[in-house]
Design a protein around this ligand. Structure first.
Ligand code: SAH
Length: 245
């Protein structure tokens, strides 16, 4: 169960405090304790505490963040959840497979985040871009959207089951790059692609999303990201030298 201590649940801009309380309760029944809230509409609030019924300690320990960026800081695996398919297909997983992967990585020492969206509009594409995995709970195709806390319950249950099973070996051999390291790498990659004239800054969106998808599949380790950053820096230096001569 130690793996579950490295898994946090992140709720992005939850509107209804009742859902936050119900999510805390859903988490605690399944052995999850770490709740992070990104710009909650109404928190702390009585309604959240009322719905937690017994899981008040999870609410009291909840972290409040101004943006997703800091809520997933230090995470080597970030899993976004969505009821909808995206325009550019992302490697989507069902809860069972996503939970098995997350628990294996957490057992190996990686910090993991599961990110849930707003009640009305879910997660934005920019927020999903920060996730290496997309989790979708299979539903009736005609009605895909679960209540926020109900979605947290399904995922928490699968994490609990995965944590009870014998630990599977994690794929990553060394330390995976963290969310911040990946963001810095993507920003650097984008700068260099613009510098060499490969990327039109007026229309960067889809190319960067493809790059993100590629590296989300590859799950680079920290040392690999450092090598790639080194290559990008060498390209920048080379361009500068040519510009000067
Ligand atoms: N209308 C929104 C639904 C948001 S439901 C949309 O189309 O995205 C609130 C949150 O619950 C979602 O952002 C997601 O985190 C979670 N959720 C709801 N249904 C889900 C499903 N079928 N699979 C995965 N997550 C789901």
């Amino acid at each position: 169960m130690e793996a579950l201590a490295r898994i946090r649940i992140v709720l992005v801009e939850p509107t209804h405090p009742g859902n936050v309380g119900a999510a805390a309760r859903a988490m605690k029944t399944m052995g999850l304790r770490r709740l992070a809230l990104v710009a909650p509409r109404d928190f702390p609030s009585e309604a959240a505490w009322a719905r937690a019924s017994g899981a008040e300690d999870v609410l009291e320990a909840a972290e409040v963040h101004p943006a997703l960026e800091t809520a997933v800081a230090g995470c080597g695996l970030v899993v976004g959840t969505s009821a909808r398919a995206r325009s550019l297909p992302w490697p989507a997983r069902e809860p069972r497979a996503a939970a098995a992967e997350a628990v294996a990585e957490a057992a190996a020492g990686t910090e993991v985040a599961f990110v849930f969206g707003r009640e009305r509009s879910g997660l934005t594409n920019a927020e999903l871009d920060r996730c290496q995995r997309l989790l979708s709970i299979p539903t009736d195709p005609g009605f895909r959207s679960l209540n926020l806390a109900a979605a947290v319950q399904v995922v928490a249950y699968e994490l609990h089951l995965a944590a009870r099973a014998p630990a599977a070996p994690a794929d990553t051999l060394e330390q995976p790059a963290t969310a911040e390291e990946l963001e810095r790498f993507y920003a650097h990659l984008e700068r260099v692609m613009v510098l060499v004239g490969f990327l039109d800054p007026a229309n960067p969106r889809r190319l960067m999303r493809r790059m993100r998808r590629l590296f989300a599949r590859a799950r680079p380790e920290r040392t690999e990201i450092n090598i790639l950053r080194g290559i990008l820096t060498a390209v920048e230096r080379c361009c500068r030298r040519r510009g000067e001569s």
